[in-house]
Every structure is written in structure tokens, then in C-alpha cells.
Design a protein around this ligand. Structure first.
Ligand code: AVJ
Length: 320
């Protein structure tokens, strides 16, 4: 299959959204720009770091409980949001067993190259299953996931936590509105815990998370004709107890002016000025149940690792 084309130039909507984010009292860069080719590779490296417990914990739960989850959901179709390298979906496909033959599996990811690679590899390893790739954003492109009925929708890795609480509730409402009684939603959640354990996972001594964070500036340079100097920024990640989220920021090491050609904008930053690049909310069963109820969803299955670091929740529509 031919290499995916270079991403199209930014749309007016993308330009307006970035301008709005960078113009906030605390300038921000939308989290999706962390996942260009370099960023997606760096995230794969993060998942192998000893301090980053989330991936190991989630895979451990899936290895133990995927059979139960499939038994409960009985899906004819799998739909994964933010599929990345496509490693975890394999554990669900394996749990489907012979039923994987003739099943269909749709993968949605913001990175076309990663998506194509996953589709090719999965297609080779699960010959009877029909794979389809959708390049898109899991928040905006829910309507491109096919009709309701018999689907297990999946969002792994704690990626739900990248949404602000109001965005999370809106996302769950929209997702639920597109589901019927035979659909289910499996979501991975990083759980609230000792802040020191969380902060260690985002401040690894290997410096991979710092590189992942700074790389977003190179991605913005390429996509929007900006002239950020990643070396002129320091990585910062800290736990915000009030909001129960970890936050990544970039701190200006010196006073600087950045021009963003595509936005027709310059950004003046004093030494020590910060740009927010990611939040990652940590949840509890109770906080998820509350948000789910608002979206006519209920927790039908709750699966955690022994240390209760991470959870997988199976949500189903509340049928009146
Ligand atoms: C893939 C969004 C779940 O928030 O933990 C890893 C991304 N950021 N290290 C997370 C991430 C910094 C990760 N998610």
C-alpha cells in the first residue's frame, strides 16, 4: 500500500483553534499536535519506561479480563479510538477467538502513518477480520465510525483524561447518543493515586517525556510555519490536586518572540512564561459513574490491576 500522503495544509478551523488556544491567559497548544510521526514514536518509547506504569497496568488487566469483557459485550464489531500502535486491540481480538473471523475492526487515529502501519500488521495477523482505518480526531469524528449496533467502542490508555471535565462529559453524551442497547464502550482510566507516583510517570530521568513535550513545538513549526526554538524551552509536569490532573507545560528559558506565519500572529513570551501542552485527568469509579449517568451510560464492568493504578470500565446505555 502506498505511503500516506503528507498531511493537508491546516484548515481555517485549525488555524482559528490554535490562535484561540495560544491567546488564552495561559497559552495552550491542542493536545493532538503531540502525535506527529516523531511524537507518536516518542509516546511508544514512553510506554516502555519503568516510571510509566499505565501501559503495563492496562495490558495486565486486558490479559486477565479480555475474555470476560468480550463475554459481556458480545461485539460483532470493534471500533478503537486513538489506536496508536494497535497493540492492545490484539488482546480483544484474541479473546474473540474464532469469532474474529468475519468480525470487523475500525481503527481511528490522528496519525495516518501509524494508522496505516497498524492496519497492515493487524490485517496480516488476523486474516479473517476486516480492518478499516479512519484518520481523524476521536472528539470530532465520532460520526465516521459507522452505524450503531453490536459495536464495542474502545478508548485505551487513559486518553479520555486529556479532555477537560466539561469536554469529557460532552464527549460521553455525544458518544452515548450514537450508541444503541447492543453497543458498549470500553474505556481505560488512570486512577487517582499518590501524586508523587503520577509525577514520576511524567518526569522520567531518561528525558523521553521531556522530548515528547518539546516535540510539539517542531510539529507546530512544520504545520503552521512557526519559528519556535524547542531548545529555548524547559519541560515541566506537575500534579494539580484541585483538578486531579497532571499537567504538562513548556517553560520559556528566556524572553522570546515567536512568529506563527499561518496564523498571522506573533507570541511574545517573557522568561519563565509557560505554555500548557497537555492535561491528563485522573479518575475514580465514582467520578466516572457520575459523568456516565449524565450521558445515560452505566458501568456494566469494572476491571483494575492488583495495585489499583489503572482501570478498564465497560459502559452500556441505560435503557429506559
Ligand atoms: C496517551 C494521553 C494517555 O496522558 O498519560 C504520556 C500521554 N503524556 N506521557 C497520558 C502522555 C505524557 C498519555 N495518554
Amino acid at each position: 500500500m502506498a505511503a500516506p500522503p503528507d498531511p493537508a495544509p491546516p484548515t481555517e478551523g485549525e488555524i482559528a483553534a490554535l490562535r484561540e488556544h495560544l491567546s488564552r491567559p495561559l497559552p495552550e497548544i491542542p493536545v493532538k499536535y503531540l502525535y506527529d510521526d516523531v511524537g507518536s514514536e516518542l509516546f511508544e518509547r514512553i510506554t516502555t519506561l519503568s516510571a510509566y506504569y499505565q501501559t503495563r497496568a492496562e495490558i495486565g488487566i486486558l490479559e486477565q479480563r479480555a475474555g470476560e469483557i468480550i463475554e459481556l459485550a458480545r461485539p460483532a464489531r470493534l471500533v478503537e479510538l486513538g489506536s496508536g500502535a494497535g497493540r492492545k486491540i490484539r488482546l480483544l481480538l484474541d479473546a474473540l477467538g474464532p469469532a474474529a473471523r468475519g468480525a470487523s475492526c475500525t481503527l481511528l487515529d490522528i496519525n495516518a502513518r501509524f494508522l496505516q502501519r497498524s492496519i497492515e500488521r493487524l490485517g496480516a495477523d488476523y486474516p479473517g477480520c476486516r480492518f478499516r482505518g479512519v484518520v481523524g480526531d476521536f472528539v470530532q469524528d465520532l460520526d465516521r465510525l459507522g452505524p450503531p449496533g453490536g459495536r464495542l467502542l474502545v478508548l485505551f490508555a487513559g486518553t479520555l483524561g486529556n479532555l477537560y471535565p466539561d469536554q469529557r462529559r460532552a464527549f460521553l453524551r455525544r458518544l452515548s447518543a450514537g450508541m444503541d442497547a447492543s453497543d458498549a464502550f470500553l474505556v481505560g482510566l488512570d486512577l487517582e493515586k499518590d501524586p508523587a507516583r503520577i509525577e514520576a510517570a511524567y518526569n522520567d530521568p531518561e528525558g523521553v517525556t521531556a522530548a515528547f513535550n518539546k516535540n510539539v513545538l517542531s510539529a507546530i513549526n512544520r504545520r503552521f510555519g512557526a519559528d519556535f526554538r524547542p531548545g529555548a524551552f524547559a519541560h515541566r509536569a506537575f500534579y494539580d490536586r484541585a483538578h486531579a490532573w497532571i499537567e504538562m507545560r513548556l517553560v520559556a528559558r528566556e524572553r522570546q518572540r515567536v512568529s506563527l506565519r499561518a496564523l498571522g500572529m506573533t507570541l511574545d513570551l517573557a522568561e519563565g512564561a509557560e505554555i500548557r501542552t497537555e492535561i491528563s485527568c485522573k479518575l475514580t469509579r465514582e467520578s466516572l459513574a457520575r459523568d456516565a449517568a449524565e450521558a445515560d451510560l452505566a458501568i456494566a464492568g469494572w476491571y483494575t490491576d492488583r495495585e489499583r493504578l489503572f482501570a478498564l470500565a465497560l459502559l452500556c446505555r441505560v435503557v429506559a
